[in-house]
Design a protein around this ligand. Structure first.
Ligand SMILES: NC(=O)c1ccc[n+]([C@@H]2O[C@H](COP(=O)([O-])OP(=O)(O)OC[C@H]3O[C@@H](n4cnc5c(N)ncnc54)[C@H](OP(=O)(O)O)[C@@H]3O)[C@@H](O)[C@H]2O)c1
Length: 221
């Protein structure tokens, strides 16, 4: 049975993605800060406590994964949006945002990558707000968030480059504007729509590695 680990699986896109993988017959390590996800159940499920900014939690999770023989897919979903509607950098918010969206994601990935099976994939939840190719005015209302996702995108590129020639695929995906706590009530997509896109991307063995995806197609960085 193929295994996937998802961060921030207790709500929003992460929760919908965990449900999607469970329904598709995967073993799911659903991780979250509290270690409890009442909305999830099933035999092929293990809920693990993981604050992605904590080295201690990351080590514990890596040990569980190593002992169980590894995973096939890592979905780096956990993220924060702390400076919405601001166009000025607040240093504390920038640091806090980078800590989760960038450093946390990198730390989790680097700790787990030795235990990701050879034919596998890593999907980083990014955002079009972190794209250099977007119009400048579009990237001005959550600067810390934008910067963190741009940095994450470069991590996707860098990691993909490290594994060129292998069967490990590394991707960034923008899920679109999704109705969640982060996306708000006016989001244009349901978390389940995003989960379907993430599932397709994560389970494809034919896609090019090191790309940025939106609605099933590559998009410009
Ligand atoms: N919604 C959108 O329109 C949209 C658009 C583009 C990209 N995205 C990206 O998609 C991902 C999921 O977004 P969402 O809309 O589902 O957001 P959400 O509803 O706000 O959920 C965020 C998730 O991240 C978790 N999280 C935050 N900090 C964490 C930490 N330090 N350790 C572990 N988990 C942590 C949260 O856990 P707690 O419950 O413990 O806080 C929650 O499970 C994010 O990376 C986001 O940037 C979303």
């Amino acid at each position: 049975m193929k295994k996937v680990l998802i961060t921030g699986a207790n709500r929003g896109i992460g929760l919908a993605t965990a449900k999607k993988f469970l329904n598709e017959g995967y073993f799911v390590y659903a991780t979250c800060r509290t270690g409890q996800i009442p909305e999830l159940e099933g035999e092929n499920l293990q809920i693990l406590q993981l604050d992605t900014t904590s080295g201690a939690f990351i080590n514990d999770v890596a040990t569980v994964v190593e002992t169980a023989g590894g995973i096939d897919i890592l979905i780096n979903n956990a993220g924060v949006l702390l400076d919405l509607e601001s166009n000025v950098i607040n240093m504390q918010k920038l640091r806090d945002t980078m800590e989760v969206n960038f450093f946390g994601t990198v730390a989790v990935t680097e700790a787990l990558i030795p235990y990701i099976n050879n034919v596998g994939s890593i999907v980083n939840l990014s955002s079009s707000m972190g794209a250099f190719s977007e119009d400048i005015s579009a990237n001005s209302y959550a600067p810390s968030y934008d910067i963190s996702k741009a940095a994450l995108n470069m991590y996707t590129r860098s990691l993909a480059g490290r594994y060129v020639g292998s069967d490990l695929h590394v991707s960034s995906i923008c899920p679109g504007w999704v109705k969640t706590d982060m996306g708000g009530p006016n989001g244009e997509r349901a978390p389940e729509d995003a989960a379907n896109d993430i599932f397709k991307l994560a389970t494809s063995t034919t896609i090019p590695t090191g790309q940025f995806w939106l609605l099933g197609e590559t998009r410009s960085w």
